[in-house]
Design a protein around this ligand. Structure first.
Ligand SMILES: [Zn+2]
Length: 266
């Protein structure tokens, strides 16, 4: 069997969410090993990479900078080389700030603001980030599913019952509620979903990230999917009306004694 060619890798601009190939003139990278002696890490390199968006309506800069501990390999017949010892010591994307993905305007703004703030502070304060995401998750269940209870945990249980009883809103799949349940079962998240949404809870940045990804999935599967479904339905309805109008015009222009079959009726 011949393997499918995966094609060239694409990059998704975090400003406008448009996938694109990166041309040489749209990317700049630089890596510098610090000329400081006696460091505990011995050798540290600072790397940045910058990409300019090729989408004409965006054209914005994405800029990241990371520090790595590196090992020096002495060159015998050439310059010294360095290899990274592991993941970055520190670093992040500076432009745009935070790791939030752009969300369309039809997603309620109050939810998007909580989500963006949660992404922006995830590494600095995972517990504050998780609190914002829980509020966002609750807002989505209330807005999209029309379920309001005292705690987020009760709302999730009610949503599960609605899905199992076939009374959940259109677009809420059983698998999505499984994913919510799965995240709820991880670490401290589940226990704290039982508490008031405004109580700040102790979670680590991985748990905060999982909650953020869950919210991103729900933006996609609920709001974006509903919007696309409505757009498709509107397009089908518009096409149906157009066809009906064309048929009407055609029958008006046909001689009165010729039936649709094209035979002359006697
Ligand atoms: Zn862009």
């Amino acid at each position: 069997m011949v393997a499918k060619n995966p094609g060239p890798p694409t990059w998704i601009c975090p400003h406008c969410n448009v996938a694109q190939l990166i041309a040489d003139e749209k990317i700049d990278r630089y890596s510098k090993v610090l000329s400081i002696t006696g460091l505990a890490e011995e050798y540290v390199s600072v790397d940045y990479h910058a990409i300019g968006c090729a989408n004409p309506s965006c054209k914005k800069l994405t800029l990241s900078c990371y520090a790595y501990a590196v090992t020096k390999h002495f060159g015998i017949n050439g310059p010294d080389r360095y290899s990274k010892n592991g993941p970055p010591l520190a670093g992040s994307r500076f432009l745009p700030k935070g790791s939030s993905k752009p969300q369309p305007s039809y997603v309620p703004q109050v939810l998007v603001i909580d989500y963006e703030e949660a992404c922006a502070i995830k590494d600095l304060s995972p517990k504050a980030s998780a609190t914002l995401v829980r509020r966002c998750l609750q807002g989505m269940i209330r807005d999209f599913c029309g379920i309001t209870k005292d705690t987020l945990a009760k709302e999730i249980r009610a949503l599960r019952e609605a899905v199992d009883g076939d009374t959940a809103p259109k677009g809420v799949a059983s698998e999505t509620v499984d994913a919510i349940d799965h995240v709820r079962s991880i670490g401290n998240i589940g226990a704290h979903m039982e508490k008031d949404i405004n109580v700040i809870v102790d979670v680590d940045s991985n748990e905060a990230q999982m909650l953020i990804e869950l919210v991103e999935m729900l933006f996609d599967e609920w709001y974006i999917a509903r919007h696309k479904r409505n757009e498709r339905l509107q397009a089908i309805t518009a096409l149906g009306s157009q066809k009906q109008e064309e048929r009407k015009q055609l029958s008006l222009s046909s001689p009165p004694d010729v039936a649709e079959s094209g035979f002359v009726t006697l």
